[in-house]
Every structure is written in C-alpha cells, then in structure tokens.
Write a new protein. Structure first.
Lengths: 129, 914
C-alpha cells in the first residue's frame, strides 16, 4: 500500500479546475482538494494539511506569488512544496518563481494524461532531495 | 714700330666709350652713309669709324675693309686719339713710327692715313673717322677741314646713340603696356581732373559697349546712370578743392551704364596719380552681373534650405568636426526647448544626450568597429565617418530634463575635395512609434497569456476524452477528436513561438550568456529529442568531430535551436531514416553544428523564404507535419544574437543539411605585441567582450594585454609569462577570483604581482574579504571607469619602487598639505576614521602608516596592534609625545612644532631606511 499524496489545487478558472479534477480522479494514491482563490487557499490550507500545493499564478484578488507568501506564514505550511501551474513559462519567469520559493513550474496548457505522473515525479524529487 | 701711348685719362675714356653702348652693335645706316660720303670725297680705298677700346679698335662702320677690328697696338687710330687735331700721315713708309707696322709692310699696305678724333659730349676721344689709302698722298688744308667736318657729323650721331635707344625702349614699353591693358579682363579707364576720358581699354569697350574713339575726350559720367551721372562732377570738384577723394580705393559696388542704356552692377576701384602736376585717375571696373546672378541663386538656395529647415518636423542639428553645433533648426528648438542662441557655436550634442546611453553605445560600437570608441562625440559619428550608414534610436533630453526617444540618422558633411567639414544629424521623434510598439508587444503578450487559459481547458478536455473516455466513441468521432486535440497542441506551440518572436523583435528576449560546450549541448539535445524521433521511427546519431567546442552562449536558447533543427529534420525524414548531428571546428575561430536528414529536400525556389515567418514549403505541411512555421525564424534570430550565422544545403529527394556557426570562445588570447619594452598585463575576465574592450583600452596606453577567460587559463598563462599586473574579474566560470588571488599569493614567483580587482560589487567584495591578509592595488566597480583604471594601473606598474603611505587623519586641511608634500615621494592614501583605516590596513599593503591620535571614532593608537611588523609607524598629532609609547613607533612629530620640510625629511628617512 503506497502512501496517499494530498494535493491542493488553487485556480480561479472553473474549467481548468474540472480538468484537473478529471485528470486526477482515478489516480491511485492521490487525493485532491480544490480552492477557487488565493484567499480561500490561505484560509483552508492549514486545516487540509496538503503534501503538495499547486498554485495558479494569475488570479484576481490575490495572485499566486502572494498566496505562496501567505501560505509560508503558517508554521505548518512553511515547508510544504508549492508548484506553480501557469502560462508564464519564459525561462526568466520560471527562474523567478523558483527564487521566491516554488519547487517547480507546470506549464499551461498541460497534458491531463500525464499530469498525475508529473505531480508524483515532483513529489519524489522533493521528498528525496 | 712704335706702339701708341695711352692717353692720361685712359680709364675714364674707355668707360665713356663703353657707356655709349655702341661697341659690338650691328651696322647702322646713319654711320655708314657718312663713311660712304668720305670715301667718295677723298677717293681713298678705306674709310672707317673706328672706336678705340682698351685692347683693340673696333669698326662701327667700314668701307673697303673686311676686318671688324684690329689690335690697338698696331693701330694708327690709337695714335690719332692722343691729339685733338686731325692725325695725318702722308706716307707711312717714311714715318719711323709706322714703317715696319704689319699693316704697312703687309696688307692693306697703308701709305696714307688721316684720322679725325671723335669726342663724346664730355670730351673723351673715343675713336676716329679715318681715311686710308695704299698710295702716299698729302691732304690739303681744305681736305683736312672737310674730314674734320665729317667727323663732327659722326660725333653727333654717337652722342645721339642714347636718345635712339631710349626711344626704342619707350616704344617697347608702350607696346607692352598697351598689350597688358588690352588683355586684362577688367576695364581700365583713365580720366583727367575734369573727368575727361583719356584712355579706354578693350575690356572697357566690351563691358560698356562703346568703341574707344566714341569715348575719348568725353566726360566719364556718360558711363554712369543717374544719380551717379550728376553727382560725379561734384566728386571731382570736391577733390580738386579739398583733396577729399570720395571714390578712391577699392571694393566699391556701383552701377554702370552701357551704350544701349542698360545698367549693370560693377565693382569700381579708383587710383590717382600726379602726372606732371596734373592728377590722373585710373578706374578699374569689373562687371558683377554674373557674380550677382550667382549670388541671387545662392540666396534663393539658402532661403529654400532655411524654409526646409524651419518647416521640417524633425530635429536637424549640424555640427563642425569638433562637435560644436552649427545648425539647430526650429523643430529642434521646439522639441528640445533650447533657443538657437543657447546652443549654436556653444554646445555639443552631449547637451541633449544621456551620458549613460552614450557610454553604452561607445562600448557596443567599440566591439562592432573593433577599435576603441571613446564615450563622447565620436560615438555619434564613428560610423558615418567610416562611410557606413548610421541610424540609431537614442533618447533626447529636453532643457527641462524630460526625455523622448528619437531615431537619429547621422551623415557626414564634406567639402568638394572630400574632406570632412562637419556632421548632420536628423532626429525624428518616435515617441508615438515606441508607444505603438509597446502596446503591440503588451497586446501580444496579454493575448497569448489569455489564449492559454481557455486552451488549457480545451486541450485538457480533449486529452481526457481521448485518454480516458474514448471507449464508447465511434471511430469517426474519435478521429474528429484527435484532429481537435492535435490542433489544440499546435495552437499552444504557435502561441509560444509568437511570444518568442515578439520578444526577439522588441529586443526583450533576455539572454544569459556564459561559456558553454556545444558538443555537450548537442548530446543533451539528442537525448531530449530521442522520444520524438522514435515516434517518427527515425534514428538520431551524433557525429562528434570536436569533443570540446567552447562557445559563449545562452544554454536554453541554444537548446531551443537544436530542438527546432532536430524536430524539422525528424519530421521530414522518411520512416527508418537517420538524422546525423555533427559538431566540428570550422577554423580556429568558430564551430559548426550541422543537422543532416535524408528527407525530400527543399526546393531551390524556397530559399528566400525559408527563414521568414510562417514559412513552410507546402501549406499541406501544416496539417501533415505540424509546426508553426515560425521555428526557423526564431532559430535564426537566436543564432544571430550569438554573433553566429545559419544556413543550409539541400538537394531535392536526397536530403537537407542545416548548419549554424558560432564564434569559438577562447580561454586565452595572447596579445600580438611582442615588444619586450611593453609591460605585459594579464586580463582575467570571463566576458570576452569586456575583456577585449579593456585590452584595447590598455594597449592604447602602451601595455601588451593577454586575456584569460577562466581561472585555469589565467594560471597557465601566469606560469609561462611574467606579468607586471593582473586585472581580475571576481566571478569566473571555473572558480572565483578570490581563490585565484590566494593561490597567487602562495606562489613564489607571483606573490608580489600587482592585482587590480574588477567586480560588479566592488565595495561588498572588499568588505567580505577583509579577513584575508592579501593585498590588491585597487578594487574597481564594473562598468569600469576609464580614468580610474588608468590611475589604478599606473599605481600597479610603479609598485615595487614607489612606497605606499597610509595617513590616518581626520583634518581635511592636514590631508591636503600632507598629500601635496608626499605625492612625489610615495603613493599617498588617507583614511579619516579608525574604521576606514582598519579596513585599508587589512586589505592593502603599506610601507608607512602616519597616525593622528585623536580620531572621531577613537584613538589612533588602537591601530598599532593591527599594523604588520613590516610596516613603519609614525605618530603625527597635536599632542606632545609620550616617550613610553610602543617600540613599534619609529618617529613622533608634533603638528604645531613641525615644519613641512621636517615632516617630509622624516618620512623619507623612514621609508628609505627600510
């Protein structure tokens, strides 16, 4: 029995949330929680104890980087790996996300059929490294 | 035979004869007719006009004799000129003076001789009119008188010789003057004091249209229109009365009147002279019609030029060769806020430019033109001076400090001989264009990001259906969904490419350059594209001819180039085909990467478009092969940003080979200057552009520079060559510069080498490093200031013979005095606080520290423990000395009691005693 990986996905786009939901629904060992804004994520995350947080970058109200910063303020989330899921994937943008504390970036549009594998690989990298 | 005696006044006589200027001239009728008459009268065989010169007698006229002269000592005339009366020898054979004379004994057998002396007006007897015959004969008194009378006639002719010559000369000069007057292009007219025309040359005839006889004797005012016509007599009258000459002199522009009544502008110069007490005026006239026409045309051109300058809506600024502004048109005044008076002849374009931008451009130009361009006026004109087109975007700064972008075109101005006389800059305001460009680029960027959001959903949904829920779909529906999915993927790629292209175009695509190995990148790229190749059943093979191919590049962008060329090659290869990638050196200066497929090839007609946008040979390619048609365009832009080039060879139905070449990145460049007189400096700097600019700068100052771009290369150069100084960048690709310094200081040979550190963060570096007792000459912040660098190098090169002194002192006046005093003797460095002094002592080497005791942050004495044993210490403060002080202190001086001389002497003693 493998451990269960708790994922929190934060995106203001309902369609993309559904795609992620569909893409991950039958995956063994993955559970998914969804938030529709940075604010909601900051409020709910401490209670959800996610293993990995996936964050959209461009969200109204509170954008991804700000959300990341707020999440880090919670002691229990201070070390939780955060991955940005974004269309902003120019090399210097990716480099910037990493310097502000992101583990990595998943480029939008992503391939839903390999999303689960991507997440697991990132998780393993984080756990092992 | 008796030779004739010389008269008492012989010398003056000969002089008087020669002054007549008759000797050795041609025969003249006026003498010949007299000798003919004499011969007829006296029936003698010979008659002569004989002139007795110093050594000879010369015959001006002769009848019955061929000889033109005979020696004076056998002459009869030599005797004849001794007396005034006619010298008469009736029979020479009976006269003992002449009996044995060769002219008597031989031809012409002289028997009779009678010679009447010829005198000049001054009374010198210069010759004779003589008659000679071979029969003896005694002349009657009447005959002798007749001979005398004839001689008088000859005398008269002789005395008139001068007058004849003068007349000839006069005639010659008259002719000469006439010729000159009639050949000059200016009209020359002379008038007398009443204004009556005396002469009128040919040019005057041409200018005024009169023939000379029509004007001679008439009043010169006929050549002038009103009001000059009437005024002219007044001028002359005034001149006669007062001597005041209104028109005398040169350069007066007046109006003349031709015979046909027409008038014309002329230049009139009038001179006056007194001719036998009568004034004569000479007027020189020059027709100015043509010149005035030319001037009118020029004025018209100038007015047109001014109108263009004034109405142009672009800044037009011209300068002289030194850069001083000469033209500053209305638009420039309006756009920049300066008036013409403020800048023309006073300012240079530096006034309206950002020095930072000029410096950056100087750097770029230095690289492009491969010679050092100083940040100054030369930056604007360097290219046009070399005959290259120069169009660049610049920022102009208005008088009020605000800025706007311009597109500036610079042209060189030349004189008719091709020498540069100045420069012309035309700058158009491109604020709007820039705004549009920015809007466009923002628009593209926003749209691309906005497109990706729905695309994420579409692609996600399609992917999920095809991946998870396709079991119940009809084949037809499945095929349609696959089409939709493939196209959503294509759309994604297209958006990425458009974004890239937009960034490349707007210059916003950032590149991070560092030394890279192309061979390694090729291996990486092959691994990354292996999956794609397998999908197309194509093999990838690396043909590695250069195991190491160092270049200066951006890793991600070069991988993008590889990916693009590989995916094209794979897509267009037949199933089972092979794509071969090779990396090879082209020459010592560059490497070539080629990607070769065995596809269908590219039609020759497509060559022009292949690197253009949306370029695919066949629009059906898009559907069949995928791809956006932007890849090669992006690839080319990336290669070119690496100072490289890209091209291809292709044969239809055989295959295509795309290749790109990048300049080799060299770890070390040896200076070509081998002259041992040139001090050699090593520049260790990983950015080869910066390094070569530094090298150019230093070589101008007589230093030979080698370049190392890695610490390893620096080491190997240092091992082989003795350097006077090292310019060291702290961030090197294979280790930091501090490490290199530590290693150097441990090395026996290099321990004392002067090091100048170049760093983007000089101050921070200096602080972080204060723990090390390693010395460097200077820390310079990048970008390096030329002046500072020169200064630092000068210090570095004189180290070893020039001691260094640190003066710890907080009184600025004292520092000034000490500096002035010491500068010639040693390198003077000061610190105004303990803290600063401490920093310096830790990081730099000094031979002597001069300490003030009372400092703002404590006692100078607290530094004693930190000063090394090899450094002398001298106290120089306002306090009386305490003899109990440390042994370390070599001298103590009190400010109020120490003269400048004593201070310097003590310092010298300390530094030289070491």
């Amino acid at each position: 029995m493998t451990e269960t990986l708790r994922i929190l996905y934060v995106d203001d786009e309902a369609d993309i949330r559904s795609i992620v939901e569909f893409a991950l629904e039958d995956e063994e060992g993955l559970t998914l929680e969804l938030c529709t804004s940075g604010r909601e994520a900051v409020a709910k995350a401490p209670a959800l104890h996610p293993d990995l947080i996936l964050l959209d970058v461009m969200m109204p109200g509170m954008d991804g980087p700000t959300t990341l910063q707020r999440l880090r303020a919670h002691a229990e989330l201070a070390a939780t790996p955060v991955v940005f899921v974004t269309a902003k994937v120019q090399p210097q943008e990716i480099a910037h996300f990493k310097t502000i504390g992101a583990l990595d970036v998943i480029a939008k549009p992503f391939d839903p059929m390999v999303l689960a594998s991507q997440i697991r690989a990132l998780w393993r990298r984080y756990r092992d490294g | 035979m008796q030779k004739p005696d010389f008269p008492a006044d012989e010398a003056q006589r000969v002089q008087a004869l020669r002054a007549l200027e008759v000797l050795d001239t041609l025969p003249e009728e006026r003498y010949d007719r007299l000798t003919r008459i004499a011969r007829q009268m006296f029936k003698t065989s010979i008659t002569l006009v004989s002139l007795v010169d110093a050594e000879r007698q010369w015959f001006k006229s002769r009848q019955g004799l061929d000889a033109t002269e005979t020696p004076r000592d056998i002459s009869f005339c030599g005797h004849a000129i001794l007396e005034n009366r006619v010298f008469h020898i009736p029979d020479a054979t009976e006269d003992p003076r002449f009996a044995d004379n060769p002219l008597v004994a031989g031809a012409p057998h002289i028997r009779l001789y009678a010679g009447a002396p010829l005198s000049t007006a001054d009374g010198y007897r210069v010759g004779t009119l003589c008659i000679i015959d071979s029969q003896p004969r005694r002349l009657t008194t009447e005959e002798l008188q007749a001979l005398r009378d004839l001689a008088d006639c000859v005398e008269m002719e002789l005395q008139q010789a001068h007058i004849h010559q003068a007349t000839d000369t006069l005639r010659h000069w008259e002719h000469y003057l006439h010729t000159v007057l009639n050949t000059v292009i200016d009209g020359v007219i002379t008038i007398d004091e009443r204004g009556i025309i005396q002469s009128f040359n040919r040019a005057a005839e041409r200018i005024f249209g009169y023939a000379t006889p029509e004007v001679i004797g008439k009043n010169v005012n006929m050549l002038m229109p009103e009001p000059y016509h009437s005024e002219h007599d007044g001028y002359l009258a005034r001149y006669q009365a007062t001597g005041e000459a209104r028109v005398i002199g040169t350069g007066r522009e007046v109006v003349g009147r031709r015979k046909d009544g027409s008038t014309f502008p002329m230049d009139l110069a009038v001179g006056t002279a007194m001719l036998e007490d009568v004034p004569l005026f000479t007027g020189v006239v020059r027709d100015l019609s043509e010149r005035q026409q030319a001037k009118q045309q020029l004025d018209e051109t100038n007015r047109l030029r001014q109108a263009i300058l004034d109405s142009a809506n672009v800044c037009i600024i011209s300068t002289d060769t030194e850069g001083v502004i000469q033209i500053f048109n209305k638009a420039a005044q309006r756009m920049l806020g300066y008036t013409e008076e403020e800048v023309v002849g006073k300012a240079t374009p530096a006034l309206i430019h950002d020095p930072g931008e000029v410096a950056a451009r100087a750097k770029a130009l230095s690289k492009e033109l491969e010679c050092l361009i100083e940040p100054g006026f030369e930056v604007f004109v360097a290219k046009s001076r070399r005959g290259q087109a120069d169009e660049n975007e610049w920022i102009y700064i208005r008088k009020d400090g605000s800025r706007f972008p311009v597109l500036l075109t610079v042209t060189v101005l030349r004189d008719p001989h091709g020498a540069i006389t100045g420069f012309l800059g035309i700058g158009s305001d491109i604020t709007e264009r820039k705004k549009m460009e920015r809007m466009k680029s923002e628009f593209v960027s926003t749209v691309s990001h906005e497109l990706r959001t729905p695309l994420t959903s579409i692609r996600g949904a399609l992917g999920l259906i095809l991946g998870k829920a396709s079991a119940g779909l009809s084949p037809k529906a499945r095929q349609l969904l696959e089409t939709a999915n493939r196209n959503s993927e294509r759309l994604t790629l297209l958006i990425n490419d458009i974004l890239d292209l937009e960034k490349i175009e707007s210059g916003r695509l950032e590149f991070t350059f560092k030394p890279l190995d192309l061979a390694m990148l090729a291996r990486q790229a092959l691994a990354a594209n292996e999956g794609y190749a397998q999908q197309h059943a194509v093999r990838l093979r690396l043909n590695e001819e250069a195991p190491h191919a160092p270049v200066w590049g951006d890793e991600n962008r070069l991988l993008q180039v590889f990916a693009n060329l590989l995916s094209n090659a794979i897509k267009y290869s037949p199933k089972g085909g092979e794509v071969v990638v090779s990396v090879q050196p082209v020459d010592t200066a560059s490497f070539r990467v080629s990607v070769k497929d065995t596809g269908r090839g590219i039609p020759a007609t497509f060559r022009d478009q292949i690197f253009g946008r949306f370029a695919q040979v066949d629009s059906s390619d898009t559907r069949e092969k995928g791809g956006t048609g932007l890849g090669l365009s992006i690839t080319k832009a990336i290669v070119e940003r690496h100072d490289g080039r890209i091209d291809y060879h292709s044969r239809e139905a055989v295959g295509t080979e795309f290749y790109f070449e990048l300049p080799a990145w060299r770890e070390a460049i040896k200076s070509p200057h081998l002259d041992p007189e040139w001090p050699r400096v090593l520049i260790c700097e990983d950015n080869s552009d910066v390094a070569s600019i530094l090298a150019a700068l230093l070589e101008q100052q007589g230093l030979a520079c080698d370049i190392a771009t890695t610490a390893a290369a620096a080491w190997s150069l240092l091992a082989k060559t003795p350097y006077r100084a090292l310019l060291l960048d702290l961030t090197l690709p294979d280790g930091d510069g501090l490490m290199l310094i530590r290693q150097l200081r441990e090395d026996e040979a290099a321990r004392d080498m002067s090091i100048i550190v170049l760093s983007g963060y000089a101050e921070e570096g200096r602080g972080a490093w204060s723990g090390d007792a390693l010395t460097v000459v200077d820390w310079l912040r990048k970008p390096v200031d030329r002046e500072q660098l020169t200064q630092a190098l000068r210090q570095a090169l004189r180290r070893g013979r020039f001691p260094r002194i640190l003066h710890v002192e907080d009184d600025p006046d004292m520092i000034q005095i000490a500096r002035a005093l010491i500068e010639e003797t040693a390198e003077y460095v000061f610190a105004t606080s303990l803290c600063e002094a401490r920093q310096r002592i830790r990081t730099e080497h000094f031979d002597l520290v001069i300490l003030d005791i009372t400092l703002p942050d404590g006692s100078g004495l607290s530094l004693l423990d930190e000063i090394g044993g090899d450094c002398q210490v001298m106290l120089f403060s306002g306090l009386e000395s305490n003899s109990e002080l440390s042994q370390q202190i070599a001298a103590v001086l009190v400010k109020s009691k120490t003269s400048n001389e004593r201070l310097l002497a003590t310092i010298k003693q300390l530094i030289y005693s070491r």
